[in-house]
Design a protein around this ligand. Structure first.
Ligand SMILES: Cc1ncc(COP(=O)(O)O)c(C=O)c1O
Ligand SMILES: [Zn+2]
Length: 466
């Protein structure tokens, strides 16, 4: 029988047994470790696939909430029914519920980037609930909350409000899922939030709080206000694993789908490029790929690449620090600005040394991750988080697979967006195309061979005024 535990990847602590809301490490906010709860299946999950159209049903055995439900005496059928009911409610709010999203070989993009036998493969999330992958994160949390309710484990004080800080896709997703479950949601948004988004959030009944930057105060003001709300009792309905480890559970369904589709199509990706803001999407992807590898669904792990913009790239800074340390310790010091060259030296680095350095990074967060000093700017504004909150799993994904981060220019972002608009049927916005901009950048550098297969996620449908 498989069991599911939540364990802090920074300090090893576990939530109190029976905690209805096991979202954060009990030691969060103390010491120097990177406190993020991650779910561990023992033994590893098989990624069994019953073919259900809804990924939350199809991969339910991989969800922490399913294990909580089963251990609490709920039948598999009752859990499935709970997911179906919630999904039907989402469909009533947003027009449709969750389905496995398309994964296709994009011949237009592949031809434009002069791939030969290889190709660009696209996981299209623009048709997902609320127009992006973000709803996956939040539906996963909501299923957990509904399980807690069904098991009668809600605290006597009742149902606290939900809270999220976001300027776009995450807030929209949160508002749809919260509305479907008839829960109160408080959203913390910047003053320049898109009008289309604000109108839709209001229509969905979310409570909006506009947060201004304070002179001399580093960090995202929306995030700071969100933290205050959580401290005052709101539940973190967040797309950041550091605030709610369970957000990664739903996010991983994207990676499982990608791997299963790639298997069915007979072409596994050699490289995966993912745009990174707060890092939950990339963290979910890394963990899904690792689990698929452990389950034997993937024969080898693809090289993993996080993509950020010139305007703000804390994840890249973290990788450079870790990379420099490892190359130094392995007796092959080299400049890490040339990421592909640095990554190539990895072939000679003993895996044990990499694991040791990952443990060091987990225990010394501040040496690797801190808020970007300037206010970050880019046309890919959805990935301008001051910090990459879920950086550690992303770092691990790159270090273990010999991948590296990519910094893209505004010109590359624009070209990537234009190409997606012209050559595909996917109406993704510039943020949602930024992972593909990383592929474009590396093709320009000549570091992706023409026979390689490269996977990207296009997410975030263009929001147009009605
Ligand atoms: C379209 C789109 N893609 C990717 C991301 C990045 O996700 P994460 O913040 O989890 O790194 C975002 C985040 O807002 C987004 O809106
Ligand atoms: Zn911890």
């Amino acid at each position: 029988m498989t069991t599911s535990r939540l364990v802090c990847s920074g300090c090893g602590a576990e939530p109190r047994p029976g905690d209805a809301y096991p979202f954060r490490c009990p030691n969060a906010g103390t010491g120097s470790a990177d406190h993020v709860l991650v779910r561990r299946l023992e033994p590893a999950g098989s990624l069994a696939d019953d073919g259900a159209e809804n990924p939350f049903l199809r991969f339910r055995g991989m969800m922490h909430s399913w294990h909580v439900a089963r251990a609490g005496g709920m039948s598999d059928e009752d859990y499935a029914e709970l997911v179906r009911r919630l999904d039907d409610a989402v469909a009533r709010v947003d027009g449709h519920g969750f389905h496995v999203t398309p994964y296709t070989r994009e011949s237009g993009l592949s031809g434009e980037l002069a791939f030969g036998a290889g190709a660009v493969w696209v996981k299209d999330e623009t048709g997902n609930v609320s127009g992006s992958h973000k709803a996956r994160h939040l539906f996963g949390i909501m299923v957990h909350l509904e399980v807690v309710k069904a098991l009668g484990r809600q605290p006597a004080s009742g149902e606290p409000p939900l809270a999220i800080a976001s300027c776009g896709n995450a807030a929209l997703a949160a508002a749809v899922v919260a509305r479907a479950a008839e829960r109160k949601l408080r959203v913390f948004i910047p003053p320049d939030a898109d009008n289309v988004v604000v109108t839709r959030l209001t229509a969905l009944g979310a409570e909006l709080n506009v947060c201004h930057r304070q002179p001399g105060v580093a960090g995202d003001p929306c995030y700071l206000r969100f933290k205050e709300a959580v401290a005052a009792g709101a539940l973190p309905f967040s797309c950041q694993g550091s605030d709610n480890g369970l957000t990664i559970d739903g996010g991983r369904t994207l990676g499982y789908e990608l791997v299963k589709s790639a298997r069915a199509l007979g072409v596994l990706p050699d490289r995966v490029f993912v745009q990174v803001g707060g890092g939950a999407l990339a963290s979910s992807m890394v963990q899904a790929l690792e689990e698929a590898h452990a389950a034997g669904v993937l024969t080898a792990l693809p090289r993993f690449h996080a993509v950020q913009t010139e305007g703000g790239h804390p994840m890249v800074r973290a990788w450079r620090r870790a990379s420099a340390r490892i190359l130094e310790r392995s007796g092959r010091p080299a400049p890490v600005e040339d990421a592909e060259r640095a990554a190539a030296l990895w072939a000679t680095v003993p895996p044990a040394l990499v694991e040791e350095e990952l443990r060091y990074a987990a225990a010394h967060r501040a040496e690797f991750m801190w808020a970007w000093e300037q206010e970050p700017r880019s046309m890919a504004h959805g990935i301008l988080d001051d910090e990459t909150y879920d950086w550690l799993a992303v770092l691990r994904g790159m270090l273990r697979t010999g991948g590296h981060p990519v910094v893209v220019t505004e010109a590359q972002l624009k070209r990537a967006h234009d190409l997606v608009q012209q050559l595909t049927h996917v109406d993704a916005d510039p943020t949602g195309c930024s992972g593909f901009a990383g592929v474009l950048a590396e093709r320009e550098r000549g570091t992706i061979a023409t026979d390689q297969h490269v996977a990207v996620v296009l997410s975030g449908v263009t929001r147009r005024a009605a």
